[in-house]
Design a protein around this ligand. Structure first.
Ligand SMILES: [Zn+2]
Length: 61
């Protein structure tokens, strides 16, 4: 099943980042996804499966 998250999409994760933020922006797609914490700006790289597990809902662009 293909993922359809595109660059610029804002997503909410189930668990908050250590900084307290739950909103992230997709900044890279492909074999691995890179998402950026909207609260502290930290970048995290995840496989599509990991990303899918972490996301609670997609906020939009
Ligand atoms: Zn953060």
């Amino acid at each position: 099943m293909a993922l359809i998250y595109e660059i610029g999409t804002v997503v909410e994760t189930k668990k908050p980042h250590p900084c307290g933020g739950t909103l992230w922006t997709v900044v890279r797609t492909g074999a691995d996804y890179k998402i950026k914490c909207n609260t502290c700006g930290r970048l995290v790289m995840l496989s599509p499966d990991e990303l899918k597990k972490r996301i609670k809902r997609v906020i939009g662009e």
